[in-house]
Design a protein around this ligand. Sequence first.
Ligand code: PMP
Length: 408
Amino acid sequence: MFDVNRIREDFPILKEQVHGKPLVYLDNGATTQRPARVVERMSEYYLRYNANVHRGVHYLSNLCTDANERARERARDFIRAASVEEVIFTSGATGGINLVAFSFGEAFVREGDEILVTGMEHHSNIVPWQMLCERKGATLKVLPVLDNGELDMEALSHLLTGRTQLVAVAHVSNVLGTINPVRRVIDAAHAAGACVLVDGAQAVQHLPVDMQELDCDFYVFSAHKMYGPTGVGVLYGRRELLLQMPPWQGGGEMIKEVRFEKTTYNDLPFKFEAGTPDFIGIIGLGEAIDYLSSIGMENVAAHEEALTRHARERLSAIPGLRFHGSSPHASSVISFTLDGVHPLDAATLLDQLGIAIRAGQMCAAPLMQRCGVTAMIRASLAMYNTFQEIDALHDGLLRVVAMLREKR
Ligand code: PMP
């Protein structure tokens, strides 16, 4: 049985106070907190077992190498990839997208080709594609977002052309919360001969994902948004494509044999992992996956769904509050604006009450423009949040509205 109070015990930070008030942490879309066991596992490796991976023949090096590869197997299982060859460790979602933009771009994108992104992407899933288009003389196209925060799926068939090489789409929007119909995007793209990169940065911590069922070509996510450490992430890539793609960075570990005349590259996934990886971070990610799996993604999803329903219901009663994104297919990311209140002012006042939320552009400036605002307030919920915390946000927002509207 899912017991949120039991889960909260695993996260020491949730007992902290901020400005003398109990911390209400609702900025999980930016980064989640870590359970003690993730930090303890990492500190155990730092303090007792540390040695570089894949290099030594000595005891500690082998120990760390094995732990690193066990984490890869856990990540493979977590996303149901067919093989560990398809699981590449990166520095995060951004690192994974840049790797694909460079390497896939080198192999497959030519002048006059097209890359299709959507109007709700995070800057990380826009700028690397713009840079690729600039390098190659390709064109960036944009799949529009409808007023309810869903993708304009009717426009998709017109936007996909014989020149489209890749479609980049968020699984879950970091602003609107929309869970996109990525399977439909993937099928349409494949039918048009294009590959698909799915940005799962806001998805893997909320929903079960299955690479074989999804049939995407690339999928990226960050450990720090799923109860793991910062600086680590995963790129899933389809084996046949990865084999055809050149390495992104050169260095140790990604080579088989180095000669001044010619160097040969390592097998997958190591071909894409130049240099010493953050192996202790990777071990921490493995621990976070074990933790999530022990709770069960279905249980996480059910709790967060109930919490989100409660939050939307309560917040909708606040006068002048306008949600951005109203798709029924949405996760626990809730963005809104308050008439007559600047989001940054609201965030500053909520902070004084111990409530951490995000305010600003949420790294999605084009989407802000589409919604006709310069900034929003975002509450992003995680499995350890409670109904009482939602009520605290509601009460806090009422105080914010009363104070800030009075002043005008
Ligand atoms: N994509 C989405 C949808 C995100 O929400 C984020 C983080 N806010 C990223 C990509 C980038 O993740 P990171 O900074 O961990 O690389």
